[in-house]
Design a protein around this ligand. Sequence first.
Ligand SMILES: [Zn+2]
Ligand SMILES: [Zn+2]
Length: 338
Amino acid sequence: MRGVIFLGDRQAQVRDYPDPQPGPGEVTVQLKAAGLCGSDLHLYRQTVSERAGNATIPGHEPCGVVAALGPGVTHIQIGDRVSIYHYRGCGHCRHCLAGDLMWCPERRGYGGPIHGANADYILTDARNCCPLPGELSFGAGAMMACNAGTAFSSITKLKLSGADTVAIFGQGPVGLAATLFARAMGARVVVVEPVALRRDLALSLGAAAAIDPAQDAVAAIRELTHGEGADASFETSGSAAGQNGAVDALRLGGRAVFVGLGAQDKTLNPSQFIGRQLTLMGSFVLPIHLYWDMMKFVLDHRVPLDAIVTHRFSIERAPEAFALFDSGQTGKVLFEWS
Ligand SMILES: [Zn+2]
Ligand SMILES: [Zn+2]
């Protein structure tokens, strides 16, 4: 099969890999769509010496059809459409049993220690295969594996309603999916995003306002909220400015959730949230059982996840796809197979 390799210094290449064979409890899935995610770029940007010849196939947003079953797999069939949850766990620790595979001490992430989704086939555990209904595209299924799943898990922590104004910092794929979910939950959405293409995309998805952080984003949000500040905020950018903005733009008693990684400096001071009694939360991917809630929400509220996709590539064009996504001048970018 074909698979992508990162050579280091922003070089991607397509190579031949052996086809994976499923062992007990495992399946192979023929990819139909795979998303490019911001966290893939951390690997893409490593230097040649940091990569050190690492030939692990990247990509952790897999979606496709089951191609082969390992011994003992009976609950899914060849040909089933599946979105693949993106950490493989041991299956028996307290975190796996609770659905929090991302906390399993033996967790393995695609593109980390094990081969990922930027290939013709992927090997996974049968229990990681989440059913994708026929009404949803393979692209939507790929996004629900990480990008939209991360957005859904985060935004549900804010318990939004139609009475809320939510400020979303960053309109990369996670921020864009969050804009869709927050709108479908009834909230008024204000986004902060430096890239004009992404601001325009957010407005087309229903955001009430899109602020360029070259201006004072906190002041702009206060102006849009009668001087009080947003009821809730969601930080996806990982930048120090975004992290401070997501706190400082809140009203008294407001709530924020943080998902963007990046800023390594200590950016927040408790004096920013003590007196104003803010609630600040972290969020990390999603527990596997939340996939079913998200799937129902996307179907019932007709959430147009495909609308955040701006570019689609065959895997042969991986070098071009990663270079473009790395430029930041895109919405969601997908690999697709016919
Ligand atoms: Zn991801
Ligand atoms: Zn486990």
